[in-house]
Design a protein around this ligand. Structure first.
Ligand code: ZN
Ligand code: ZN
Length: 372
């Protein structure tokens, strides 16, 4: 299991949240792209690590599943980049959203203190960007569906945009007016006293939540919130090769929120066991029984695989416990090419009941063995 994120931040696996935050701030200062000694690639790496380890739920997931918990279907990188940050800063937001993770300006502290002047925003006095909650759910799939992939449906009860007003909170047919508090700008100026003197600081308008517009008559369905609950049925593509316990992330499919982005949906995949097969990574393990005579003389036996039954040639002189490989009969390699292998372990079956004829033959064999 990769523990790279801990290395990136230079902290122990059991580091406290406080230690992680401290390490992040120190490193972010050091590699800040605005600095002469800055290194944007390194800065991104640090951010990515912090976005996961700095969030207890995501950290737990990472500890358990590694980076793969954050990769795969729709699950590209969770890294934010410098452009994202600048954009968020220009938007006058006190925090920002990238790849499904919120960074609170407080986490960055005075690192961006100077930046506020450039972009006309301040971490203090501005509103933290709201974001809908993430939803986590489980999905049970068959053993073979994990090997070859599948299309599945997941049913969710979640907040979504109000269908009556399309989420704008206004009764259909009634006008949306310019917010009187901010005169449509979406933000208000506030005076702030600092040791360097008085500054005028821009913050989000509390009346219209930064929209600059307000409904003249609130939607009767959602009472102006712009949201309602729904039971949604989502089609999920299960990637071939997924394993028990792995996560699929669908960005923006979590809970919707009035003024901000919807949360993400995390689907934990539970693979039902198949009594014939045991899976370890990309390989599949099975067992087959053969008789003494098959072992001694050799034979062709039928073996179950995830592709159906296949014939396996048992050479003469096969020992109990011997393993044969069926190349390419394993699980599809997730995010890779090709498939793993199947390993068939041979068990020599000792007969429990002998017919008269069999007994005679075994007695003859025994006599022969003793004469040797
Ligand atoms: Zn306003
Ligand atoms: Zn509505």
């Amino acid at each position: 299991m990769s523990k790279e994120y801990y290395k990136v931040l230079g902290v122990e696996k059991n580091a406290s949240q406080e230690e992680i935050k401290k390490a992040f701030r120190k490193l972010a200062h050091e590699h800040h792209p605005d600095k002469q000694s800055g290194n944007e690639a390194k800065f991104k790496e640090i951010n990515e690590a912090y976005q996961v380890l700095g969030n207890e739920a995501k950290r737990k997931q990472y500890d358990q599943f590694g980076e793969s918990a954050f990769r795969g279907q729709g699950f590209g990188g969770t890294g934010m980049n410098w452009e994202d940050f600048a954009r968020a800063a220009q938007g006058g937001q006190g925090g920002f959203h990238s790849g499904g993770i919120n960074i609170d300006m407080d986490d960055l502290g005075d690192l961006f203190g100077g930046l506020g002047d450039i972009f006309g925003f301040s971490s203090r006095g501005s509103r933290r960007q709201s974001r809908g909650s993430d939803i986590q759910t489980e999905l049970k799939i068959e053993f073979n569906e994990a090997i070859f992939g599948a299309e599945k449906e997941v049913s969710l009860y979640r907040a979504t945009y109000c269908r009556k007003c399309s989420g704008n909170g206004a009764e259909p047919g009634t006008p949306i007016e310019t917010c009187q508090t901010c005169k449509g700008s979406g933000h208000v100026m506030q005076n702030q006293r600092t040791i360097l003197g008085n500054f005028s600081v821009r913050s989000t308008c509390g009346d219209c939540h930064g929209d600059g517009k307000k409904a003249s008559k609130k939607c009767t369905q959602c009472h102006g919130a712009g949201l309602e609950k729904e039971t949604a049925s989502l089609k999920i593509t299960i990637p071939a090769g997924i394993d028990n316990g792995q996560m699929i992330k669908l960005s923006g499919q979590g809970e919707a929120v009035g003024n901000g982005m919807a949360g993400d949906l995390y689907i934990k995949v539970i693979v039902k066991p198949d009594e014939r097969f045991e899976r370890d990574g990309d390989n599949i393990y099975t067992q087959s029984n053969i008789t003494f005579s098959q072992a001694a003389l050799g034979d062709k036996i039928t073996v179950p695989t995830v592709d159906g039954e296949v014939a396996l040639k048992i050479p003469s002189g096969t020992r109990s416990g011997q393993t044969f490989k069926l190349k390419g009969k394993g699980a599809t390699k997730l995010h890779g090419r090709g498939r793993g292998d199947q390993f068939v372990k041979i068990n020599l079956e000792t007969p429990q009941k002998l017919s008269r004829a069999q007994r005679k033959l075994f007695e003859e064999l025994l006599r022969y063995d003793n004469e040797k």
